[in-house]
Design a protein around this ligand. Structure first.
Ligand SMILES: O=P([O-])([O-])O[C@@H]1[C@H](O)[C@H](O)[C@@H](O)[C@H](O)[C@H]1O
Ligand SMILES: [Mg+2]
Ligand SMILES: [Mg+2]
Length: 302
């Protein structure tokens, strides 16, 4: 109990700590968790059936009807509860919607992160839902549905997997680190050469090992869980990493651009790591290159 001075003398009042204050986005976060779980059921059901494959930007950039169906399921259910909110969804952008992150409340959705895994029934696929206001991610939900792992983070309140708190690894010696990365879906020979050059540099640091789950969001949750020290990739999109970026930072991790600058979720490049020390070692080893930004893509629809 504290005392404060009023015009009529001293009165008592109780301080309210920020952790006691009602969270204005708790409803939205609960909804994200519920709809991610429902989406996970759809994805796991589809894994047991036929999965017809279509392609997008290249013959190895895959999409299925399940990606499109799950994105619509998520967007429709959010719209019913939060009709004024905006969306950036992977498959909506592929269909011509703009990829714009304004200051308005925006849901950033990857209906299936790991579509290539999904097509091959390689059991690491996730539903990723980030929520941003004023261009800052407020909460992130990544549901690795085959593993039945629900990763969540609320800005300033920590990161969790199935309700258990997450903490990044404390290992700061890169020579004892495990690093995750992906090859992505760009098969341009120059790009592939740069990816291999980075991989060679990192293997020769040396590191204990290099892994890749086939899902950017799951790789980042592995960083948050302390199973790998770092994940990096050039070629990801904002919907791959928005939710998981908060899960990593709330678990005590670091986010950076591959050139050592500030992370920019629209830039298509990221390092997510347990520490600044490991991140800086990786910056020296990665051969950086640039791709068209997500928010530079002109909308196909007027
Ligand atoms: O297309 P998608 O399966 O949602 O997402 C892809 C996966 O996260 C993959 O691991 C990564 O290498 C690609 O860069 C992403 O685009
Ligand atoms: Mg993805
Ligand atoms: Mg996807």
């Amino acid at each position: 109990m504290c005392r404060r001075r009023t015009t009529k003398g001293w009165s008592s009042f109780t301080t309210v700590s920020s952790s006691n204050m009602a969270d204005p986005w708790q409803n939205a976060m609960d909804h994200a968790v519920a709809v991610a779980r429902k989406a996970g059921e759809v994805v796991c059901d589809a894994l047991r059936g036929d999965r017809a494959v279509m392609t997008k930007s290249s013959v190895v950039d895959l999409v299925t009807q399940t990606d499109q169906k799950v994105e619509q399921l998520i967007i429709q259910s959010v719209k019913e509860k939060f009709p004024t909110h905006r969306f950036i969804g992977e498959e909506s952008v592929a269909a011509g919607e703009p990829c714009v992150l304004s200051d308005s409340p925006t849901w950033i959705i990857d209906p299936i992160d790991g579509t290539t895994n999904f097509v091959h029934a390689f059991p690491f696929v996730a539903i990723s839902i980030g929520f941003a206001i004023n261009k800052q991610v407020e909460f992130g939900v990544v549901f690795s549905c085959v593993e039945d792992k629900m990763f969540t983070a609320r800005r300033g309140k920590g990161a969790f997997c199935n309700g258990e708190p997450l903490q990044v690894s404390r290992q700061e010696a890169v020579e004892q680190a495990m690093v995750a990365t992906e090859f992505g879906s760009d098969r341009d020979a120059d790009v592939v050469d740069k990816i291999f050059q980075s991989l060679r540099n990192i293997l020769c640091l040396p590191v204990h090992g290099v892994r890749g789950a086939g899902s950017a969001a799951i790789n980042m949750c592995l960083v948050a869980s302390g199973c790998v020290e770092a994940y990096y990739e050039i070629g990801i999109h904002v919907w791959d990493v928005a939710a998981a970026s908060l899960i990593v930072s709330e678990a005590g991790g670091v986010l950076m651009d591959v050139d050592g600058g500030d992370v920019d979720l629209m830039s298509r490049r990221i390092i997510a790591a347990n520490s600044k020390t490991i991140t800086e070692r990786l910056v020296k080893a990665i051969v950086p290159f640039s791709l068209p930004r997500d928010d530079a893509t002109p909308p196909k629809k007027s």
